[in-house]
Design a binder for this molecule. Structure first.
Ligand code: F6P
Length: 330
């Protein structure tokens, strides 16, 4: 994963896939570290779509002022089908060559880093990945950019839902993001005192949920929160709520889908800090001759992980946390 012959003068940075709070902070860190090290930096607009179209803008230290605390991505993002093809990646390579760009830093999730890996291999082009996804499903880092903010956002929303749930003795099924990953659901459930959480990775026991609600009712707990990940195999928050209502018509049940609000908003301090560290580390890794790796943080230490491992291995959820949610549900 090291190529000492890399002579980097100009780098490009892009954000691709689902935006995540902290992406701007990472772009800022990349641009300013590049400047510190006498490198030119180009921002690529709209991810791989802009890369194939040659849509670049110069990124100096001043152009990334006032973005540290802003959500979304100033470079915009997209999900590109064309870049999943060799022809698409070839277009991107031509654009990089024409613009005299020597290396690429890609900020995003699994799809983004899969594209970066293929591109780097096919064209022997130096690439470094930065994990940016609220889903936190990337191997090679404890946290991806945006995850901690998304959890905070979901928890704040549920705190509000709990006020009305308690006032009416209602059961709320709250759906959070995560098509294939239960990280947001699990952490949100624990931090918001949910009685149960339904995840894509673990089969959900409906009967157990009914027993918990009945037992809690006998103990005087009349309102509850159940957190459901978007990708739960046993059904959406709406369908699980419908099933419970069918089983217990006497319960007062409501559903809230938090949706894309979890992706927006100013990044929480931990994401700003992580983004600054990862953006800096990505440029330094390029200068040290690394390629085809992702910069991440594992146990508070910077780590470089081959992109092939990042995209092929899983960042597994901690099932002990699931037991903890259930153990504290009474
Ligand atoms: O990958 C991040 C994510 O927010 C997932 O949690 C969610 O399933 C998906 O993106 C939604 O994607 P889109 O914004 O394209 O609908």
């Amino acid at each position: 994963m090291r190529d000492k012959s890399i002579n980097v003068k100009k780098i490009a940075v892009l954000t691709s896939g689902g935006d995540a709070p902290g992406m701007n902070a990472a772009i800022r860190a990349v641009a300013r570290t590049a400047h510190e090290n006498d490198l030119l930096c180009a921002g690529v607009m709209a991810g791989y779509k802009g890369l194939m179209a040659g849509d670049f803008m110069p990124l100096g230290p001043r152009s990334v002022g006032m973005v540290l605390g802003r959500g979304g991505t100033l470079l915009k993002s997209s999900r590109s089908k064309e870049f999943t093809t060799y022809e698409g990646r070839q277009k991107a390579y031509q654009q990089l060559k024409e613009n005299e760009i020597d290396a690429l830093i890609a900020i995003g999730g699994n799809g983004t880093l899969t594209g970066a890996h293929l591109f780097g291999k096919e064209f022997a082009f130096p690439v470094i990945g930065i994990p940016g996804s609220i889903d936190n499903d990337l191997f090679g880092t404890d946290y991806s950019l945006g995850f901690q903010t998304a959890v905070q956002t979901a928890v704040e929303a549920i705190d509000k839902i709990r006020d009305t749930a308690t006032s009416h003795d209602r059961i709320f099924f709250v759906e959070v993001m995560g098509r294939d990953s239960g990280w947001i659901a699990l952490h949100t459930a624990l931090a918001s005192g949910a009685i149960a959480v339904a995840l894509p990775e673990v089969s959900f026991n409906r009967e157990k949920l009914l027993k918990t609600v009945l037992k809690n009712g006998r103990l005087g707990k009349l309102s509850s929160i159940v957190v459901v990940a978007e990708g739960c195999k046993e059904g959406s928050a709406g369908s699980l709520a419908g099933w419970m209502q069918h089983m217990h018509p006497e319960y007062d049940i409501r559903v809230t889908v938090l949706g894309h609000l979890q992706r927006g908003g100013p990044p929480a301090a931990p994401d700003r800090i992580l983004a600054s560290q990862l953006g800096h580390a990505a440029v330094k890794a390029l200068l040290a001759g690394s390629t085809d790796v992702m910069v991440g943080q594992i146990n508070n230490h910077m780590a470089l992980t081959p992109l092939i491992d990042v995209v092929e291995k899983d960042n597994r959820i901690d099932t002990h946390l699931l037991e903890l949610v259930e153990g504290l549900s009474n």
